[in-house]
Design a protein around this ligand. Sequence first.
Ligand SMILES: [Fe+2]
Ligand SMILES: [Fe+2]
Length: 305
Amino acid sequence: MQYQSPFANWYTYSTVHKPLPDFTCETGLVLFPPELVPGVGHPLVDKLGNHAARRLTMRKLESYNAFTEKLEYKAVMAASIKIAQNPLAFGLSEHAGREARLIVTDESHHAYVAIELIKQLPGFSELPPLSPSQPPFLRGLEELETSLPTEFADDLLIAFVSISETLITSILRGIPRDPRVVSAVRNTVRDHCIDEPRHHSYFVYVVHQHWASSAPDRREILGPLYAKLIRLFLDPDIDLCRAWLLEAGLDRNEAEVVLRDYYSPERLAASVRADAFPTLKLMERVGVLDHATARSAFVEQKLID
Ligand SMILES: [Fe+2]
Ligand SMILES: [Fe+2]
């Protein structure tokens, strides 16, 4: 696949060249769409009063921004630096390698804005820290790394970031236009949305080239890995949600009821497939799904039938 730079107007449109978003927090509006916060609207949480829903929503926003920072620093920037330093290792052009540095800059800015938002919104600095846990994607990447041949570590990181950068999550799509949500959050997500379509195009090219340049033995590992990485990126952090529900005032049994209702297997499977749709189409176009071992891994991960 020929590299077509998505960064032609980078100096004009990238949000790193703009002022920080307006962090206005209107009273009466919510910090996050209620249907995206596990437990909000559930009768067991409703009976605890408004305070519980507010706390759950704060935790959701806090974790969304902490996740963004970690994803940018530990995964997307790290992968983009590797690409910048050795594009040929993944079948990429020298021009694409040079422009990976622009992604490093964009993502560093996204991490900065994500943390500034949390620091500047009222009430967040008083939130007690929850038991420190690293996001499941970091744990999962570590586990996968130890199960793979050592020389595969860079391919693993590039594959994970290719997945995360080509998945358009329902969160990024809906929030900027959601009139129920405070301006601070809508503006921050909107700015992030301005940069991400360029990264999406870039990583479509990366997936094509990484797969096309891989010998049969590397495809045997890379193909099934894509399926596991899609689940790793999209599966919810149930332990963290449980901690929020307990903190909000539910007992252990009630928390399990809420989690079972919110993350029922049918609902989870449907939302993972919906969120994974653009990346699954990409896997089909590139030919990953024509590879027998890869295809059965996608079935096993319940991403296709
Ligand atoms: Fe980003
Ligand atoms: Fe990105």
